[in-house]
Design a protein around this ligand. Sequence first.
Ligand code: GLN
Length: 209
Amino acid sequence: MTIGVLALQGDFDAHRKRLEELGAKVLLVRKPEQLDEIDGLVIPGGESSTFLKLLGAAGFEKLKEFVRVKPTFGTCAGAILLANEVENPKQEGLGVLDVRIRRNAYGRQLESSIREGKFANAPLEMVFIRAPKIERVGPAVEIIATEGDDPVAVRQGRVMAATFHPELSGDARVHRAFLDLVKECLVDDTCGMLAAGPSLPEELKRGLG
Ligand code: GLN
C-alpha cells in the first residue's frame, strides 16, 4: 500500500513521517503522473490558493480525476481544496466534499491555537493554523470530529478532511483512520458506500457506538 503526500508546498514532511511511523510506504507527489502509483493521497496544509497556482490546469484536472476514485485526506488547505463551496474569498475546488468552508475563519486571536476537540467520542488535541471553518455539511457527509460546536473533521465516502493539523500532534489516530479507509477501499472499491449509509472505519465505529 503506497500513500502519496502532495509535496508542492506546505507541511508535507510531517505527514510523511507520521504515515511512515504507521508502517505505510510514502511517495512525495510532485508530478501529476505520480498519482497513478499511489493507493491514497494526503493533501497537506499550506495555502490553498498557492496550491491551485502550483498545480496548474493539467495538475488540477488529473487531481480532480484522482480524488473521485481513490481515497484522499485533506488537512486545512487540503480540506479547502476538496470542498465544493469555498468562501472568503470564493475559490475553485476539486468539488468532492459536499461542504461549505470558510477560509481563515477564526480571526486574529485564534489564528494559531491548540484546542481540545473530540474524535470518535474521545478527546483529541487539535492544532489550528489560520484554519478554515466548515459552515455547512451536506446529507452524505459524516462528522467524525468536533471542536466546541463546530465540525472539524468529516468524511464523505472515500474523502476525509480535517480543518486542523493532526500531523503536528503526537496522536496518530486520525492518520490511522485514513489508512484504515485506504485499506477498506483496496478490498472494496466502493469503500463501503453501497452499504446502508456511508461506513466508518472500524476504529471510528467502535468510538461512536
Ligand atoms: N489559510 C490557509 C488557506 O486558506 C489554510 C491554512 C493551513 O493550511 N494551515 O488556504
